[in-house]
Design a protein around this ligand. Sequence first.
Ligand SMILES: Cc1cc2nc3c(=O)[nH]c(=O)nc-3n(C[C@H](O)[C@H](O)[C@H](O)COP(=O)(O)O)c2cc1C
Length: 481
Amino acid sequence: MANKYYKDNREFIKGLDEAGLLVTVEQEVDWDMEMGAIVRRVCEMKGPSPYFKSIKEYEGFEALGAPLATYPKLALALGLPPDASIPEIGRVYTERTNGAPIQPVVVERDAAPCKQNIITGDDVDLFDLPAPMVHDGDGGRYLATWHMVVSREPDSGDVNWGMYRQMVFDEKTMTGPVLPFSDMGKMFYNKYVPRNQPMPFATVIGMDPLSGIAACAPSPIPEDQFTGMMMGEPVELVKCETNDLLVPASAEIIIEGEVLPGINMLEAPFGEYTGYRTSPREPRAVYRVHAITYRDRPIVAVSNMGIPTDEGQLLRSFSLGLEMEKLLRSQGIPITGVYMLPESTHHLVVVGTKPAYSGIASQIAQLVFGSKLGPWFHQVIVVDQTVDIYNVNEVIHAFSTRCDPARDIHIYRESAGTPLNPYASPADRKVGRGSKVLFDCLFPLDWSRADTPILVSFNTVYPQDIQDRVLAQWTNYGFSE
Ligand SMILES: Cc1cc2nc3c(=O)[nH]c(=O)nc-3n(C[C@H](O)[C@H](O)[C@H](O)COP(=O)(O)O)c2cc1C
């Protein structure tokens, strides 16, 4: 049975508006930093998404900023009320993505809104699209900040949708970093490059929100099928004009072409998801563009990476944490939950466990750091079931009172990391290396009961009947709820 969801970007915009999570900006805005600055401020205020109706020099184009940068917008995208709690949003995501993969369906070209305008060959000019200059100091205009790059593994045929930022280099070329441990990095650098074979790609801008969530998620399931699982029915795709890749039929803009082997072009700097400008201008992957197709009056998506919270931080934290939870549960580790804080720019994860045996925190850290997810984050805090992992105050309290600096902090040196890690040394950043740490916030199991400190809280040191009476009488005492 289909779940409640938004079939395309435009339905989602309507949904955001109805939920009070959208501001329609009628006044003309400049693609050169003004639009970016508005989106940045919205992210920092956790505010409503700006829907730009008029972009300077780009008559006929619109833009949506910060489409999914808060939990209420994420809840809405999953068909939930905007005030759904974080654990509830996570439960729904996990339930839907634990089922059987749902294969996409292919629709006819005539039924695909993304084919309303088709530009190929010499007519292609990326500067015809309103790529924003997102931040001052960026190395160029970034067309792809909230998008997905479609590619296909040449041997297995598996499809990958992922977000890999793309800067406009010239009329027909984009450049961007493709990290070697990402799914697209593995297929491009391990398969296409050694064969000196160009890799067909399609960049999708303005897709429906669930496809965007899937493109961010580090799931082993191909994202076209993963999106279907979240929808509860197949995602509708259409064939590209100049290659055999399939793209969401109702997306706003499709940019088709090939990633060229054996050549790099300069890209960056760029304001990044960690909240810093870290990576230098360097030669990066080259996307040669052969065609652009788009809906009438297309709506470009604009994300603005910087200090929390942007959609990359929110959604990568959300799905990295929940994929970690799936991994730990699949190994039979007795955990109560996993929460990755978006404000940590998906660097810090909190794992709740029922400590059944000594060394469980190390086992958890080694598993998650050693997984495919490992390069993306650096700190694990393990707490017991008395701590609400979603409550930062409780996590800080546990960290400050249960983690012995000499006994409970475990450092893993020379681990796989990312070149964007701000605290890694310049030399470590160059090769994507960094250290990681476990903060074990569990009291040792071999301490006697009498020696183990007792948590003093309303929930733990009063008999149930006293708690019930106080709660029942709370407003009668004169307090508000
Ligand atoms: C907004 C955004 C921008 C990203 N930019 C890049 C990028 O430029 N290069 C890269 O390798 N990964 C980038 N990532 C991470 C990949 O999207 C991520 O590796 C992929 O989508 C999912 O993980 P997988 O490749 O392990 O399946 C970005 C993620 C987000 C959310």
